[in-house]
Design a protein around this ligand. Structure first.
Ligand SMILES: Nc1ncnc2c1ncn2[C@@H]1O[C@H](COP(=O)(O)OP(=O)(O)OP(=O)(O)O)[C@@H](O)[C@H]1O
Ligand SMILES: [Mg+2]
Length: 257
């Protein structure tokens, strides 16, 4: 048994008023794996990620991130996690380089390696040459990439990416996928949410399908197909089947991103 669990949630629930955003959720995420949270709008993906990051307090249940409780040790958790929220808030009146330099300092990245690491990522994402412009003038995708770089600079052990590929062009999405796969090989764990089935299929070791705050199913993409009794179907068909056809309007929203 050398299966090492990096992140676990047991019986985690969170409501907002009458809305039960996450309901008795159990998750075990293996170290070095890429775990996708898949589900229609409002199914609790972002709420789950924020609780793992320690930004929202669960009403019930226990969360463990590499042996740390995000509520009891918020700084300890943030130190080992890289997080990109759905709508990253960057300092618009800094340049990309100033922002990344600032983030690297906040995370205590060794000044000796800081600049090299920043430029490596700027280069990889095709942002080199634009680093001295103000973020307020960046396109949506450029902001997204800058936020991603900011989350990677301190070499986190866990990446929490809330729809990281949404604003990215195919080449940039491919770069992110390659980076995530390489990091996975180095033992870095990733949790990410997506509505894009092909991405979940190609990238995830395991997928949890969330719906109304509950986990409807979990497995590798192949296992999910088996579970739905449709080994040859697309993940999209499995997803639609799991989440029920009675809610098509909402599901269509989710699929269109
Ligand atoms: N701060 C909040 N205040 C009130 N309700 C909230 C809040 N955050 C989330 N919710 C509710 O919790 C439920 C789950 O929301 P959540 O953002 O986790 O969904 P999601 O799966 O990330 O959806 P999407 O695909 O649209 O990003 C929704 O009904 C949402 O309205
Ligand atoms: Mg969300």
């Amino acid at each position: 048994m050398d299966r090492e669990i990096a992140v676990s949630l047991r019986g985690v629930s969170r409501s907002f008023g009458e809305t039960r955003a996450v309901s008795s959720l159990d998750l075990e995420i293996e170290r070095g794996s890429i775990h996708g949270l898949l589900g229609p709008n409002g199914s609790g993906k972002s709420t789950t990620m924020k609780m793992v990051m320690g930004l929202l307090k669960p009403d019930a249940g226990v969360i463990d991130v590499y042996g740390k409780d995000p509520q009891r040790d918020p700084i300890g958790v943030k130190r080992i996690v890289g997080y990109v929220p759905e709508t990253p808030r960057l300092y618009e009146y800094l340049t990309g380089l100033e922002y990344l330099d600032f983030v690297a300092d906040v995370y205590g990245v060794d000044p000796e390696v800081k600049e090299e690491r920043i430029y490596e990522f700027l280069d990889a994402f095709g942002l080199d040459g634009r680093e001295n412009e103000m973020i307020s003038g960046y396109s949506h995708g450029m902001k997204q990439k800058t936020a991603l770089i900011g989350a990677l600079l301190h070499r986190p052990r866990l990446l929490i990416l809330d729809e990281p590929l949404g604003g990215l062009d195919p080449k940039s999405a491919r770069i992110v996928k390659d980076i995530l796969q390489r990091l996975s090989g180095e033992g870095v764990t990733t949790i990410f949410s997506t509505h894009i089935m092909e991405i979940a299929d190609a990238l995830c070791d395991r997928i949890s399908v969330l719906y109304n705050g509950e986990k409807l199913g979990e497995g590798s993409p192949a296992e999910l197909r088996e579970m739905a009794g449709r080994p040859r179907s697309t993940l999209e068909e499995v997803f639609l089947m799991l989440t029920g056809a009675d809610d098509v309007a909402e599901i269509v929203d989710a699929l269109m991103g």
